[in-house]
Design a protein around this ligand. Structure first.
Ligand code: ASP
Length: 337
């Protein structure tokens, strides 16, 4: 008997065609039409198609992510389901995938997939990506790996992967750690486990008043002041290098902390951890002493997602600090097969 895999469709380029009037890609195909591009799909698995929504992924919001997470949690709780594949636009895919990684509790594979080329373009990569995602979802080695992203033959961990290129098929990469594994024709090979420390945030709600600021040279604290006035509960700062900000920003950070706004510091570098290496005004050491929390090597958008869930669960400094800073990377390098 075939394994049963749920495929949830949300839109994105994988569902798009070039509209002859607009002369640009817009969502057009539903899930049934997309899977019809794959020959002999029934030999891989019994597919349940769920046409959840059909939108470009810049339309996806954290509230949609929360709703989608609840749906996926229901599916993985069913005994007859082996795994879930979610087809998603690539622009915000890494955020939704990471959201589900923090929310869902399951050992079953949950896989995100998309396409970089629409149906109207030569080399539409939707069907090959879907097949690779389904093969991963039915692999006995894909259990307990957290949420994964399968694109262009690579299997990446949701907490590690970012979209690195605007148009390349090889855009989803874990720059720091490399892929978890690969899909090589019909073989699914895992080389390691993810650096995910299996953090699960047990909340059914979200804190939406969480903002992201990217630091650039000469910036002052105006944006922080603006978000303080908007009633922010948390602010993620994508800082320079090892975790430093311009000195002109420091006073606003102090003001925010005084109002119990949680400040998470990550780096605008695409890899590496932040730390208190520098002691000058605005340096990581000083920020840490002020009460800024280090977001280790998370990207800014992912740190924002994590803070939205964490604050909804418990708006408590020690809890938020531990959930961001105890990143337990000492997971052994495991070869599963
Ligand atoms: N702009 C598209 C989206 O994210 C890109 C894609 O799906 O590849 O919906």
């Amino acid at each position: 008997m075939n394994e049963k895999v749920v495929m949830i469709f949300t839109g994105g380029t994988i569902s798009m065609k070039i509209d002859p009037e607009i002369k640009a890609a817009v969502p057009s195909l539903d899930g049934h039409e997309i899977v019809s591009y794959v020959n002999n799909l029934d030999e891989l698995a019994d597919i349940i198609v769920d046409n959840y929504i059909s939108i470009p992924s810049p339309f996806i919001t954290p509230n949609i992510m929360l709703d989608l997470s609840k749906l996926v949690q229901e599916y993985v709780s069913r005994d007859d389901i082996t795994g879930v594949v979610i087809s998603h636009g690539t622009d915000t895919l890494e955020e939704t995938a990471y959201f589900l990684d923090l929310y869902i509790k399951t050992e079953k594979p949950v896989i995100f997939v998309g396409a970089m080329r629409s149906v109207s373009e030569l080399g539409y990569d939707g069907p090959s990506n879907l097949v690779a995602a389904i093969r991963t979802a039915t692999s006995p080695f894909a259990k307990n790996k957290g949420v994964m992203v399968v694109m262009n033959g690579d299997i990446n961990a949701a907490n590690e992967v970012i979209k690195t290129h605007t148009m390349s098929l090889n855009t989803f990469r874990s720059i720091e750690f490399g892929p978890l594994g690969i899909v090589d024709n019909d073989e699914v090979l895992f080389y390691r486990n993810s650096t995910n420390n299996s953090i699960h945030i047990p909340t059914n709600t979200l804190e939406n008043k969480v903002y992201l600021i990217k630091v650039a040279s000469g910036m002052d604290g105006d944006l922080i002041d603006y978000y303080i006035n908007k009633g922010a509960k948390g602010i993620v700062i994508e800082a320079f290098g090892r975790g430093n900000v311009p000195p002109m920003m420091v006073n606003s950070i102090k003001q925010a902390i005084a109002r119990n706004i949680k400040i998470i510091l990550v780096s605008r570098c695409p890899s590496g951890r932040v730390s208190g290496s520098y002691g000058y005004n605005g340096g990581g050491k000083m920020l840490c002493e002020l009460g800024v929390i280090f977001g280790t090597n998370l990207s800014g958008p992912k740190a924002r997602i994590k803070l939205m869930l964490a604050l909804a669960y418990k708006n408590d400094y020690e809890y938020i600090k531990s959930i961001f800073e105890d990143d337990n990377l000492n997971i052994p390098f495991v070869k599963d097969n």
